[in-house]
Design a protein around this ligand. Structure first.
Ligand code: E4P
Length: 219
């Protein structure tokens, strides 16, 4: 399973790179705004800066919601760097744009997916990745992980679908572990959720005892 980080913060991305387990980055307009990255030129430059830090897929989201606008923006994003994945919302014109880009062999990430039917359409259109939002479904008392399982079953039924399931809006370590059990291809979330996988109290107490026994034996 690949690990992407869901942020536009360069320091956080660098920290994840140094951890040695990072495969890619996802961003969205809210995450760019959170970093104060505004205006088309600065946004495009920021994507290039992220590409310089990470040698893997970098999802860059279009703002347009009409087919022509998404194609125009998506082509400009794809021209920035070979690792850019054009992120397109799950709307009618978005599906048309995903189909267009798949025919041009430009990689896409279909975002804001909340149902199996939407994921089926994304795969039919030829999306490279489909992003079901696990955490946001949990937020409204709906089982986000059950959706990942349902999409995995559907995609497994049809070998011609090579769309990868990118479990997005992952919020905590158990989301990640469960996604791995289900067989999601990728997870994306904050670095804090990934780093929480490191933690176990028995690791901490075991290490403390090994070190104190070592000290005792060497005095
Ligand atoms: C996916 O690509 C989105 O950027 C993201 O995972 C949304 O996560 P959130 O629900 O924590 O905002």
């Amino acid at each position: 399973m690949k690990f992407f980080i869901d942020t536009a913060n360069l320091a956080e991305i660098q920290e994840a790179v140094e951890l040695g387990i990072l495969d890619g980055v996802t961003t969205n307009p809210s995450l760019m705004a959170k970093e104060g990255i505004t205006g088309q030129d600065r946004v495009l430059k920021h994507y290039v800066d992220i590409c310089k830090l990470v040698d893997g897929p970098i999802s860059a989201e279009v703002i347009a919601t009409d087919f022509a606008g998404m194609v125009r923006e998506g082509e400009a994003l794809a021209d920035l760097h070979p690792n850019i994945i054009v992120k397109i919302p799950m709307i009618e014109d978005g599906i048309k744009a995903i189909k267009y880009f798949s025919q041009k062999e430009i990689q896409t990430n279909c975002t804001l997916v909340f149902s199996a039917g939407q994921a089926l359409l994304a795969a039919k259109a030829g999306a490279t990745y489909v992003s079901p939002f696990v955490g946001r479904l949990d937020d409204i008392s709906t089982d986000g992980l059950a959706l990942i399982e349902q999409i995995r079953t559907i995609y497994r039924n049809y070998y011609s679908f090579d769309t990868q399931i990118l479990a997005a809006s992952v919020r905590h370590p158990m989301h990640i572990v469960k996604c791995a059990e289900i067989g999601a291809d990728v997870i994306t979330g904050p670095l804090s959720a990934i780093k929480a996988l490191l933690q176990h109290p028995l690791t901490d107490s075991g290490l403390a005892k090994f070190l104190s026994d070592y000290q005792k034996a060497t005095v």
